[in-house]
Design a protein around this ligand. Structure first.
Ligand code: PA5
Length: 465
């Protein structure tokens, strides 16, 4: 496995008194072992079905590849409709593994459809999409596990209405549903209109679903080798089979974050040094925040836990947020993601000998500059006692991305065990969804609507107009 985790800069020997001591880490090993044991005991059960994803999908992978092949040959555009866990993974994997200007490449180079994800209900963006795609040559993949999410179902209604008006009975050929086999409205609609359908296993929740058909179909459509994604995940799972933090990177990272939060480090910055990994930070932020930010523990005690994830991008954010990371409160842990070998590089040419302050760059490459800047930023932060660790990827390919996603899912699951929270529910999100249903007068939400109506109105004295 060529993913390495280096957490020297979390420890006292690098950070001084602000770091974690070996004694503290040793003492916490008991917690790590029990988190590992609990996660293993629940493997494949309840909402931990995602731990089976690397192993039990041969049949569905074959079907996904066949569908993807057909779409690649016949379509100009592939559009994902979804939100949250049903969109962030597809965006992250596409950006990580495809050309950074993929949609702008000529079709002969792309060898597959242009790829879009509509993960919001901003009307301007929806209309903008219609300005650039021909729906006759487009397949829409509607992804919603619950089959009830207002945003996704609104998008679905707009798209199907348009398709039916333009294409009549042929509209069904332009929709693929990815949803629960048993619950929700999308599966009913899929049966009624005979859409091609892929199922999201019941034990796989939104933010843990990238390695299920949610992420695998969009990835395969743009030509990503999904078997390699799953192989990377499998090998990472194998690597994390040990209950010993010295051998299990996901467990070590969960424990380090757990101890850091106890020390008051309530912000977790995720900062990849590669544009291709920019949206891995978005995906991870949802995973970490929605899984661990909880009001109560599993016994019902009010705990209000969770570390706030913050997305940053190296080197871009060195010129904005890194000032705060160096000199602001000692309340952050920074996760760097380093890439050993970029898929291509750019030499900074000679030709500026007369200006030594510029000339020092000449003859080096942008890849070198990126990684030297990471080294320098990490060095500086560490010297100032700022906690950070690095996940090192030899290169960005299917295998490593599958391994990275799985590492992060496991880290989150272990952290949930350590905090003793249910990492798989999201009552806070449901609260907002229900309030929105009530505002639209949805049947069954009358009480919520009444509650909203009787809430104290805004006081004019706090409004400036
Ligand atoms: O992680 C989650 O469960 C959520 O973020 C969901 O993915 C999101 O709310 C969308 O839900 P659904 O897939 O049911 O439309």
């Amino acid at each position: 496995m060529s993913i390495k985790v280096n957490y020297n800069n979390m420890m006292q020997h690098a950070l001084g008194a602000r770091g974690i001591s070996d004694a503290e880490l040793n003492e916490a090993q008991v917690l790590a072992r029990s988190a590992h044991a609990n996660a293993e005991a629940a493997r494949g059960k309840g909402m931990q079905g995602w731990m089976d994803s690397p192993y039990d999908q041969d049949e569905v992978v074959a079907r996904i590849n066949a569908t993807a092949e057909r779409i690649r040959k016949t379509c100009e555009n592939f559009v994902v409709l979804g939100i949250g866990g049903s969109a962030l993974g597809p965006i992250a994997v596409f950006t990580a593994l495809k050309h950074l200007y993929y949609n702008e490449l000529p079709a002969s180079v792309r060898k597959g459809p242009r790829f879009y994800v509509v993960d919001n209900v901003d009307p301007e963006r929806m209309n903008a999409l219609f300005d650039i795609i021909d729906v006759n040559n487009t397949v829409f993949n509607v992804i919603t596990k619950s089959g009830a999410t207002s945003e996704t179902m609104s998008q679905y209604l707009i798209i199907t209405d348009m398709l039916r008006r333009r294409l009549g009975d042929k509209a069904r050929q332009h929709i693929i549903a990815t949803t629960s086999e048993f619950k929700g409205n999308l599966i009913k609609l899929a049966k009624e209109y005979d859409y091609e359908t892929f199922y999201i296993p019941e034990g796989v929740g939104g933010r843990f679903s990238e390695l299920s058909p949610v992420g695998l179909l969009p990835a395969a459509v743009v030509g990503i080798d999904i078997a390699q994604l799953l192989k990377g995940a499998r090998d990472m799972d194998e690597q994390c089979s040990s209950p010993d933090i010295a051998r299990n990177p996901a467990l070590a990272l969960a424990l380090l974050q757990y101890i850091s939060v106890k020390q008051g480090k309530n912000i977790g910055v995720i900062m990849p040094y590669a544009d291709s990994l920019k949206y891995i930070a978005d995906w991870y932020s949802q995973l970490w925040a929605e899984s661990l930010g909880k009001e109560t523990d599993r016994r019902g005690n009010v705990v209000n836990v969770g570390q706030t994830p913050v997305k940053a991008l190296g080197v871009t954010d060195q010129h904005s947020q890194v000032q705060l990371y160096n000199e602001g409160p000692y309340d952050k842990v920074i996760t760097f993601i380093e890439v050993g070998n970029f898929r291509s590089d750019c030499v900074i040419p000679q030709g500026c000998e007369q200006y030594p302050d510029v000339n020092f760059l000449c003859g080096h490459t942008l890849g070198e500059l990126m990684n030297k800047e990471l080294y320098a930023t990490r060095y500086n932060l560490t010297r100032r006692g700022r906690a950070n660790y690095t996940i090192y990827l030899d290169k960005v390919d299917e295998y490593h991305i599958g391994a990275l996603l799985y590492l992060m899912q496991l880290q989150t699951a272990y952290a949930g065990e350590m905090l003793d929270v249910d990492a798989y529910n999201q009552p806070g999100v449901e609260g907002g969804k229900n309030a929105a249903y009530a505002l639209f007068g949805r049947q069954g939400y009358e009480q919520k609507a009444q509650e909203i109506r009787s809430a104290a109105p805004d006081d004019k004295k706090y409004i400036i107009d």
